[in-house]
Design a protein around this ligand. Structure first.
Ligand SMILES: [Zn+2]
Length: 313
């Protein structure tokens, strides 16, 4: 069933697990995510990166929405990392009710203005917004410790940013990187704990490919409700294609595509287990879950941040 990101993240937060959000590029990716989620009775998210949106257009959006609607488990569809108002408008018009307005490449004041404006637009469509402060780097190479810290999310600034923009979810930078971790990942957990204390929205961690299980567990314990996974799934797909193509000179295309789906599905299943969402689909399927999610969202949009309602971790 097509679910809202708010329901998925708020229910996950209440029950101390996290939602896996997987970048998809084509029908094979969509099928891999939905089949993995159904096999494990888990909620999940289909994410479209702006590059994929440009390539796949409204057909890709419709494919994701239809796959979510006809799935037996809760699936949300999300626009990932968008720095463009027109791409956000295109996604909203196409029926995607969950977007990431990514102003993090801009200076803080521009990020704040862009995010505020996009949040107003998205909320007018009934959509939810994820935004980011701090800057997730593509690689750890070449950065000094001081430079890395300067790029990380500041807990006080996070509180100010969430209050000023009214975003629904916040992506944090605590040492996580996009792509492959070239050395042992190091996440700043005291910083994550401080951010958790200063804001009352579900937190998102990008760059979950390659994070060891204990770091995933600790992140969930400290309030992360959504992990973005792209690299590992994409690599599994490409490796499978390479293998199949080297094994036979005249591959059957359907067999080739099915091998790709299986390879991606295996990685996605591992992640859903790691994130603790396997077997949790039923928690999202009661009217009570949706009702609680809406109530909390309304409370925040009305500016009623109540310290007493925050969870203690
Ligand atoms: Zn990301």
């Amino acid at each position: 069933m097509l679910s809202s990101t708010r329901d998925l993240l708020e229910t996950a937060r209440r029950n101390v697990y996290a939602i896996g959000a997987f970048n998809i590029y084509n029908q094979e990716g969509v099928r891999a995510v939905v089949t993995a989620a159904e096999t494990l009775q888990s909620p999940a998210m289909l994410q479209i990166h702006p590059g994929s949106l440009k390539y796949g257009g409204s057909g890709l959006v419709a494919l994701c929405l239809e796959a979510a609607r006809s799935s037996s488990v809760p699936i949300a569809v999300h626009l990932d990392h968008s720095t463009s108002a027109s791409a956000i408008q295109q996604a909203l018009t196409g029926g995607i009710l969950s977007i990431m307005a990514d102003g993090s490449p801009f200076p803080y004041s521009e990020n704040l203005a862009f995010t505020r404006e996009m949040t107003k637009l998205a909320h007018s469509h009934g959509a939810t917004v994820e935004a980011e402060i701090g800057r997730i780097s593509g690689t750890e190479d070449g950065w000094t410790v001081e430079e890395k810290e300067a790029l990380m999310t500041d807990p006080d600034q996070a509180a100010e940013f969430v209050a000023a923009t009214k975003v629904d979810f916040l992506a944090v930078t605590i040492g996580n990187v996009h792509g492959e971790y070239r050395s042992q990942p190091r996440l700043d957990f005291p910083r994550l704990a401080a951010i958790r204390k200063s804001v009352d929205v579900p937190l998102v961690l990008h760059g979950a490919s390659g994070l060891p299980p204990q770091m995933i567990d600790k992140s969930i314990e400290l309030g992360v409700s959504k992990f973005n996974v792209n690299t590992e799934v994409r690599q599994a797909y490409v490796q499978s294609l390479k293998f199949e193509l080297s094994a036979t000179k005249t591959p059957d295309l359907v067999d080739l595509m099915n091998s790709g789906i299986e390879a991606m599905q295996k990685v996605i299943c591992e992640k859903l287990q790691l994130f603790g969402s396997a077997g949790k689909a039923h928690l999202h399927q009661s009217p009570y879950a949706e009702m609680l999610a809406i109530k909390r969202g309304q409370g925040r949009q009305g500016g009623q941040r109540k310290q007493g309602r925050q969870r203690s971790y």
